[in-house]
Design a protein around this ligand. Structure first.
Ligand SMILES: [Fe+2]
Length: 334
């Protein structure tokens, strides 16, 4: 009996020593650290944070395999989260809290990843050149009336791959291919730069309409950089496909790694990130929309108006990714 007590004491002190969670995060440190600090303060769990760019971080996780110290992966885009699943780096988590907080289409049906915030891939136009009522759908951007007027970044961007994957889901591959071909034919210039650069190109008059993620526009407008604010202020946002399936959205999300040595703490961290306050803080800080029902977006995002978003289960974007990439190559989307 005495011996058992000693063993239990030893076990519990070992647990105290190991009360930590190792996070690989593709979010910039200042965009997530305060939330992780709050988690540590509230739970007593130490968070060891490693940040990096999305793709290299996933590569690292794959390379490390079962030996990876990572317990949780935080990254963006369902297409990329799906790659993490396909690479066998994540595990299924059963959590009532996560399932209740996050709408079903914003998480993996097999519970290997969970959306924490969402963003729209919207249209951005120059109101000096385009009337809002001339815009309608993604499909319309393939119409010859937009010839030489559209800007979009390269097909190597997972954001564009996921957009085309959603088009495949909505219209079928042959029509999605026709659309991609028409879009490429309408480009004002060869794809160049990131999403912010497309918004800047609209502002400077290089193109009339661009496709970009909403948080870039939010960060340009409200992020404190005067030049970016000036550029974005000349550009309006438009949410396409409001009369049919809704605007294409995607998530930033997280999963618990297969290699997790601190699985319970990793689950606790994910659950913490869907608490009301955490949702508000995390989405506002990143210029994104909270996934949790009943939690309002920031006043800045609300000022753009409400919009209908595509209710497609985002795991489909991952499943259609390879086909999307093939179509992009075929139509010459650089
Ligand atoms: Fe991004």
């Amino acid at each position: 009996m005495k011996k058992l007590t000693a063993t239990l004491l030893l076990l519990s002190s070992t647990q105290v020593l190991a009360n930590e969670v190792n996070v690989y995060s593709a979010r910039e440190e200042q965009l997530i650290k305060p939330l992780l600090d709050a988690f540590s303060k509230d739970t007593g769990i130490t968070v060891n944070l490693i940040t990096g760019d999305d793709d290299p971080l996933l590569e690292r996780l794959k390379r490390e395999g079962a030996n990876s110290p990572a317990d949780a992966l935080i990254t963006a885009d369902a297409g990329r989260l799906h790659r993490a699943v396909e690479a066998g780096t994540l595990q299924a988590i059963q959590s009532t809290q996560l399932n209740q907080a996050i709408p079903a289409h914003l998480r993996d049906p097999a519970n290997q990843w969970f959306g924490l915030t969402y963003r729209a891939r919207a249209l951005f136009y120059n109101p000096a050149k385009v009337q809002a009522n001339e815009l309608s759908t993604y499909e319309d951007l393939a119409d010859p009336k937009w010839q030489g007027r559209v800007c979009v970044r390269s097909s190597s961007s997972i954001y564009n791959q996921s957009l085309l994957a959603s088009m495949i889901a909505a219209k079928g591959a042959p029509q999605a291919e026709q659309w991609a071909q028409g879009l490429v034919a309408n480009l004002a210039r060869a794809p160049n730069g990131g999403d912010r650069d497309q918004i800047k190109a609209v502002s400077s008059g290089q193109c009339d309409v661009a496709i970009a993620n909403t948080y870039y526009y939010a960060q340009m407008l409200y992020g404190g950089d005067a030049a970016q604010k000036a550029a974005a202020s000349k550009v309006n946002v438009f949410f396409p496909n409001q009369r049919d399936r809704g605007t294409h959205i995607n998530v930033s999300g997280a999963g618990v790694t297969k290699s997790a040595k601190n699985k319970e703490n990793a689950v606790k961290l994910l659950e913490y990130m869907v608490l009301d306050d955490a949702q508000r803080w995390y989405s506002n800080t990143n210029g994104e929309y909270p996934v949790k029902r009943g939690i309002a977006a920031s006043p800045e995002l609300q000022s753009w108006g409400n919009f209908k978003s595509d209710a497609l289960n985002l795991s489909v974007l991952g499943k259609n990714n390879a086909q999307a990439v093939k179509i992009m190559d075929k139509v010459g989307w650089q």
